[in-house]
Write a protein that binds this ligand. Sequence first.
Ligand code: AMP
Ligand code: ZN
Length: 118
Amino acid sequence: MTEEKNKECIFCKIIKKEIAAEILYEDDDMMVIKDIRPKARIHLLVMPKKHIRNFNEIGEEDREMLGKMMYKIKEIAKDKGIDESGYKIVINTNKEGGQIIYHLHIHILGGEPLMGVV
Ligand code: AMP
Ligand code: ZN
């Protein structure tokens, strides 16, 4: 596991288990938690264990890890029983993208109709 962490980052603290979260899955590369303020019946966050500020900051060396995260999302959607009903995956990036926490994360939203911005 990469030791690249940011001391001030809330998601790094969750990854280091310094702050509690409902963890659904973790391995050497990533963690999947429940969003603390769910915006849908199912609202999960998938984050790399490596501190990456946001989508703009991903590097060539992160491509494999990102592929693993996307594949895990597919598996989680099936596990949660929303693969057929449908779901959204969202990456908020910077201010106008609505990013609040500056540690890359992918939202998985589902379990109810989600007709909205996109
Ligand atoms: P974003 O706007 O993409 O940066 O989203 C940040 C998300 O993190 C929001 O949906 C928050 O509800 C969620 N969040 C903030 N703090 C925590 C926490 N301690 N545990 C789980 N989710 C959190
Ligand atoms: Zn972080």
